[in-house]
Design a protein around this ligand. Sequence first.
Ligand SMILES: [Zn+2]
Length: 282
Amino acid sequence: MGYSVLFGLLGSMVIAGLAYRLRSLSLTGAVAAIGVGTSLYMSGSIAWYGTLIVFFVTSSGLSVWRKRGKQLTNMVYEKGSRRDAGQVLANGGLAALLSIGYVAVPHEGWWYAYIGVMATVTADTWATEIGSLSRLDPRSILSFKRVPRGTSGGVSILGCLAAALGATVIGVSVVVFLLIDKYIFHSNVGIVAVEWLPIDMIVIWISLLAGFLGAMTDSLLGATVQHMRRCAVCGIEVEHSRHCNAPALHLRGWSWLNNDAVNVFSSAVGAGIAVIVWVFYY
Ligand SMILES: [Zn+2]
Protein backbone atom coordinates (compact mmCIF):
# COMPACT_ATOMS: atom_id res chain seq x y z
CA MET A 1 0.00 0.00 0.00
CA GLY A 2 2.72 2.44 1.01
CA TYR A 3 4.69 1.78 -2.14
CA SER A 4 1.66 1.91 -4.39
CA VAL A 5 0.83 5.39 -3.09
CA LEU A 6 4.41 6.47 -3.68
CA PHE A 7 4.65 5.04 -7.20
CA GLY A 8 1.20 6.33 -8.10
CA LEU A 9 2.11 9.77 -6.82
CA LEU A 10 5.47 9.86 -8.60
CA GLY A 11 4.10 8.53 -11.89
CA SER A 12 1.18 10.95 -11.83
CA MET A 13 3.45 13.86 -10.98
CA VAL A 14 5.69 13.09 -13.96
CA ILE A 15 2.74 12.84 -16.38
CA ALA A 16 0.85 15.84 -14.97
CA GLY A 17 4.09 17.86 -14.92
CA LEU A 18 4.69 17.04 -18.58
CA ALA A 19 1.10 18.01 -19.46
CA TYR A 20 1.61 21.27 -17.58
CA ARG A 21 4.77 21.97 -19.57
CA LEU A 22 2.90 21.17 -22.81
CA ARG A 23 0.23 23.63 -21.67
CA SER A 24 -2.57 21.05 -21.77
CA LEU A 25 -3.13 21.42 -17.99
CA SER A 26 -3.30 24.53 -15.85
CA LEU A 27 -1.64 24.46 -12.40
CA THR A 28 -4.88 23.52 -10.59
CA GLY A 29 -5.58 21.01 -13.38
CA ALA A 30 -2.20 19.36 -12.81
CA VAL A 31 -2.85 19.09 -9.05
CA ALA A 32 -6.28 17.50 -9.70
CA ALA A 33 -4.76 15.11 -12.26
CA ILE A 34 -2.17 13.96 -9.71
CA GLY A 35 -5.02 13.19 -7.27
CA VAL A 36 -7.04 11.27 -9.88
CA GLY A 37 -3.99 9.39 -11.16
CA THR A 38 -2.81 8.39 -7.68
CA SER A 39 -6.20 7.01 -6.63
CA LEU A 40 -6.47 5.01 -9.85
CA TYR A 41 -2.96 3.65 -9.38
CA MET A 42 -3.85 2.55 -5.88
CA SER A 43 -6.71 0.44 -7.24
CA GLY A 44 -3.95 -2.09 -7.87
CA SER A 45 -4.27 -2.87 -11.56
CA ILE A 46 -2.50 -1.52 -14.59
CA ALA A 47 -5.89 -1.78 -16.31
CA TRP A 48 -7.35 1.13 -14.32
CA TYR A 49 -4.29 3.33 -14.45
CA GLY A 50 -3.33 2.41 -18.01
CA THR A 51 -6.77 3.28 -19.39
CA LEU A 52 -6.55 6.71 -17.76
CA ILE A 53 -3.15 7.24 -19.37
CA VAL A 54 -4.51 6.24 -22.81
CA PHE A 55 -7.30 8.81 -22.42
CA PHE A 56 -4.97 11.46 -21.12
CA VAL A 57 -2.13 11.01 -23.61
CA THR A 58 -4.37 10.72 -26.69
CA SER A 59 -6.53 13.71 -25.66
CA SER A 60 -3.56 15.94 -24.84
CA GLY A 61 -1.82 14.76 -28.01
CA LEU A 62 -4.84 15.60 -30.17
CA SER A 63 -5.20 19.05 -28.63
CA VAL A 64 -1.51 19.86 -29.10
CA TRP A 65 -1.59 18.48 -32.66
CA ARG A 66 -4.45 20.60 -33.87
CA LYS A 67 -3.52 23.72 -31.95
CA ARG A 68 -2.76 25.60 -35.13
CA GLY A 69 -6.28 25.27 -36.52
CA LYS A 70 -7.77 26.02 -33.17
CA GLN A 71 -7.97 29.79 -32.95
CA LEU A 72 -11.59 29.89 -34.07
CA THR A 73 -12.94 27.47 -31.47
CA ASN A 74 -10.69 28.93 -28.80
CA MET A 75 -12.78 32.05 -29.03
CA VAL A 76 -15.86 30.04 -28.13
CA TYR A 77 -14.26 27.82 -25.50
CA GLU A 78 -12.51 30.63 -23.75
CA LYS A 79 -10.59 28.41 -21.37
CA GLY A 80 -8.74 27.09 -24.42
CA SER A 81 -7.00 23.75 -24.38
CA ARG A 82 -5.58 24.19 -20.90
CA ARG A 83 -7.65 22.07 -18.55
CA ASP A 84 -8.24 23.42 -15.06
CA ALA A 85 -9.17 21.44 -11.94
CA GLY A 86 -12.90 21.63 -12.71
CA GLN A 87 -12.40 20.11 -16.15
CA VAL A 88 -10.02 17.42 -14.89
CA LEU A 89 -12.42 16.41 -12.12
CA ALA A 90 -15.38 16.50 -14.54
CA ASN A 91 -13.51 13.98 -16.70
CA GLY A 92 -11.64 11.96 -14.07
CA GLY A 93 -13.41 12.52 -10.74
CA LEU A 94 -16.09 9.90 -11.32
CA ALA A 95 -13.43 7.45 -12.55
CA ALA A 96 -11.41 7.99 -9.36
CA LEU A 97 -14.52 7.46 -7.19
CA LEU A 98 -15.27 4.18 -9.01
CA SER A 99 -11.73 2.91 -8.38
CA ILE A 100 -12.06 3.79 -4.68
CA GLY A 101 -15.41 1.96 -4.62
CA TYR A 102 -13.76 -1.05 -6.21
CA VAL A 103 -11.04 -1.13 -3.55
CA ALA A 104 -13.60 -0.71 -0.74
CA VAL A 105 -16.12 -3.28 -2.04
CA PRO A 106 -14.46 -5.40 -4.78
CA HIS A 107 -17.00 -6.17 -7.48
CA GLU A 108 -16.83 -6.51 -11.25
CA GLY A 109 -19.62 -3.96 -11.70
CA TRP A 110 -17.34 -1.03 -10.70
CA TRP A 111 -15.04 -1.99 -13.48
CA TYR A 112 -17.70 -1.90 -16.20
CA ALA A 113 -18.94 1.46 -14.90
CA TYR A 114 -15.35 2.66 -15.18
CA ILE A 115 -15.11 1.46 -18.78
CA GLY A 116 -18.30 3.42 -19.54
CA VAL A 117 -16.87 6.58 -17.96
CA MET A 118 -13.51 6.37 -19.71
CA ALA A 119 -15.13 5.50 -23.05
CA THR A 120 -17.45 8.52 -22.75
CA VAL A 121 -14.82 11.09 -21.80
CA THR A 122 -12.49 9.80 -24.51
CA ALA A 123 -15.23 9.72 -27.17
CA ASP A 124 -16.34 13.22 -26.21
CA THR A 125 -12.82 14.65 -26.25
CA TRP A 126 -11.89 12.97 -29.54
CA ALA A 127 -15.16 14.17 -31.11
CA THR A 128 -14.44 17.74 -30.03
CA GLU A 129 -10.80 17.75 -31.11
CA ILE A 130 -11.15 15.86 -34.41
CA GLY A 131 -14.68 17.03 -35.23
CA SER A 132 -13.52 20.65 -35.25
CA LEU A 133 -11.31 19.79 -38.23
CA SER A 134 -14.40 19.02 -40.31
CA ARG A 135 -14.61 21.22 -43.40
CA LEU A 136 -18.36 21.51 -43.14
CA ASP A 137 -20.13 23.37 -40.36
CA PRO A 138 -21.65 20.97 -37.82
CA ARG A 139 -25.38 20.29 -37.60
CA SER A 140 -27.46 20.67 -34.46
CA ILE A 141 -28.09 17.27 -32.87
CA LEU A 142 -31.71 18.40 -32.34
CA SER A 143 -32.80 20.09 -35.56
CA PHE A 144 -30.05 18.87 -37.95
CA LYS A 145 -29.75 22.46 -39.17
CA ARG A 146 -26.24 23.77 -39.74
CA VAL A 147 -24.85 25.70 -36.77
CA PRO A 148 -21.62 27.74 -36.44
CA ARG A 149 -18.51 25.81 -35.44
CA GLY A 150 -17.97 25.40 -31.73
CA THR A 151 -21.69 25.63 -30.95
CA SER A 152 -22.62 23.33 -28.09
CA GLY A 153 -24.74 20.46 -29.38
CA GLY A 154 -23.34 20.71 -32.92
CA VAL A 155 -22.31 17.36 -34.41
CA SER A 156 -20.52 16.37 -37.61
CA ILE A 157 -19.97 13.03 -39.33
CA LEU A 158 -16.25 13.38 -38.65
CA GLY A 159 -16.95 14.09 -34.96
CA CYS A 160 -19.24 11.06 -34.66
CA LEU A 161 -16.64 8.82 -36.30
CA ALA A 162 -14.01 10.21 -33.92
CA ALA A 163 -16.30 9.50 -30.95
CA ALA A 164 -16.79 5.89 -32.07
CA LEU A 165 -13.06 5.47 -32.66
CA GLY A 166 -12.11 6.97 -29.29
CA ALA A 167 -14.56 4.70 -27.47
CA THR A 168 -13.24 1.67 -29.37
CA VAL A 169 -9.63 2.57 -28.54
CA ILE A 170 -10.57 2.54 -24.85
CA GLY A 171 -12.20 -0.89 -25.23
CA VAL A 172 -9.16 -2.30 -27.02
CA SER A 173 -6.81 -0.78 -24.41
CA VAL A 174 -8.87 -2.30 -21.61
CA VAL A 175 -8.55 -5.76 -23.18
CA VAL A 176 -4.81 -5.35 -23.73
CA PHE A 177 -4.24 -4.14 -20.15
CA LEU A 178 -6.37 -6.93 -18.68
CA LEU A 179 -4.37 -9.51 -20.64
CA ILE A 180 -1.10 -7.94 -19.46
CA ASP A 181 -2.44 -7.99 -15.92
CA LYS A 182 -3.42 -11.60 -16.19
CA TYR A 183 -0.51 -13.13 -18.08
CA ILE A 184 2.42 -10.89 -17.10
CA PHE A 185 1.58 -9.68 -13.59
CA HIS A 186 -0.54 -12.76 -12.79
CA SER A 187 -2.99 -10.56 -10.96
CA ASN A 188 -6.70 -10.87 -11.30
CA VAL A 189 -8.85 -7.77 -11.24
CA GLY A 190 -11.93 -9.92 -10.88
CA ILE A 191 -13.04 -9.66 -14.49
CA VAL A 192 -14.77 -12.89 -15.40
CA ALA A 193 -14.94 -12.03 -19.08
CA VAL A 194 -11.26 -12.11 -19.80
CA GLU A 195 -10.41 -15.68 -20.66
CA TRP A 196 -9.25 -15.37 -24.22
CA LEU A 197 -9.64 -12.88 -27.02
CA PRO A 198 -12.93 -13.89 -28.69
CA ILE A 199 -14.75 -13.42 -25.39
CA ASP A 200 -12.95 -10.20 -24.63
CA MET A 201 -14.54 -8.64 -27.69
CA ILE A 202 -17.69 -7.96 -25.67
CA VAL A 203 -15.68 -5.50 -23.57
CA ILE A 204 -14.84 -3.61 -26.76
CA TRP A 205 -18.50 -3.56 -27.87
CA ILE A 206 -19.60 -2.35 -24.43
CA SER A 207 -16.99 0.40 -24.56
CA LEU A 208 -18.04 1.46 -28.07
CA LEU A 209 -21.74 1.57 -27.24
CA ALA A 210 -21.39 3.28 -23.85
CA GLY A 211 -18.82 5.80 -25.06
CA PHE A 212 -20.69 6.73 -28.22
CA LEU A 213 -24.05 7.15 -26.47
CA GLY A 214 -22.36 8.98 -23.57
CA ALA A 215 -20.80 11.46 -26.01
CA MET A 216 -24.15 11.92 -27.79
CA THR A 217 -25.74 12.64 -24.39
CA ASP A 218 -23.13 15.33 -23.93
CA SER A 219 -24.09 16.92 -27.28
CA LEU A 220 -27.80 16.61 -26.55
CA LEU A 221 -27.42 18.39 -23.21
CA GLY A 222 -25.20 20.97 -24.90
CA ALA A 223 -27.97 21.67 -27.43
CA THR A 224 -30.72 21.92 -24.83
CA VAL A 225 -30.22 22.66 -21.15
CA GLN A 226 -26.49 23.44 -20.76
CA HIS A 227 -25.92 27.01 -19.67
CA MET A 228 -24.67 29.13 -22.57
CA ARG A 229 -23.77 32.79 -22.55
CA ARG A 230 -23.26 35.49 -25.14
CA CYS A 231 -20.21 37.71 -25.11
CA ALA A 232 -21.27 41.30 -24.39
CA VAL A 233 -18.41 42.62 -26.53
CA CYS A 234 -18.06 40.42 -29.64
CA GLY A 235 -21.49 38.79 -29.48
CA ILE A 236 -20.55 35.14 -30.00
CA GLU A 237 -21.94 32.21 -27.99
CA VAL A 238 -19.63 31.15 -25.15
CA GLU A 239 -19.64 28.49 -22.44
CA HIS A 240 -17.73 30.36 -19.78
CA SER A 241 -18.44 33.38 -17.64
CA ARG A 242 -16.02 35.82 -19.27
CA HIS A 243 -15.10 36.69 -22.85
CA CYS A 244 -13.21 39.63 -24.36
CA ASN A 245 -12.27 40.65 -20.80
CA ALA A 246 -15.91 41.25 -19.92
CA PRO A 247 -18.60 39.25 -18.12
CA ALA A 248 -20.69 37.26 -20.65
CA LEU A 249 -24.49 37.50 -20.55
CA HIS A 250 -27.00 34.71 -20.02
CA LEU A 251 -28.20 33.27 -23.34
CA ARG A 252 -30.00 30.00 -22.67
CA GLY A 253 -30.06 26.90 -20.50
CA TRP A 254 -29.99 26.23 -16.75
CA SER A 255 -27.50 28.53 -15.06
CA TRP A 256 -26.24 25.77 -12.70
CA LEU A 257 -25.52 23.34 -15.55
CA ASN A 258 -22.11 24.34 -16.90
CA ASN A 259 -19.94 22.32 -19.27
CA ASP A 260 -18.18 20.48 -16.42
CA ALA A 261 -21.53 19.37 -14.95
CA VAL A 262 -22.64 18.18 -18.40
CA ASN A 263 -19.44 16.11 -18.68
CA VAL A 264 -20.03 14.48 -15.30
CA PHE A 265 -23.64 13.68 -16.18
CA SER A 266 -22.71 12.22 -19.60
CA SER A 267 -20.01 10.06 -17.99
CA ALA A 268 -22.60 8.75 -15.55
CA VAL A 269 -24.88 7.90 -18.48
CA GLY A 270 -21.98 6.08 -20.20
CA ALA A 271 -21.28 4.20 -16.95
CA GLY A 272 -24.96 3.23 -16.63
CA ILE A 273 -25.14 1.95 -20.22
CA ALA A 274 -21.96 -0.13 -19.75
CA VAL A 275 -23.28 -1.69 -16.53
CA ILE A 276 -26.72 -2.42 -18.04
CA VAL A 277 -25.22 -4.14 -21.12
CA TRP A 278 -22.88 -6.14 -18.88
CA VAL A 279 -25.75 -7.24 -16.59
CA PHE A 280 -27.87 -8.35 -19.56
CA TYR A 281 -25.01 -10.05 -21.34
CA TYR A 282 -23.69 -12.17 -18.46
ZN1 LIG B 1 -16.06 38.16 -26.95
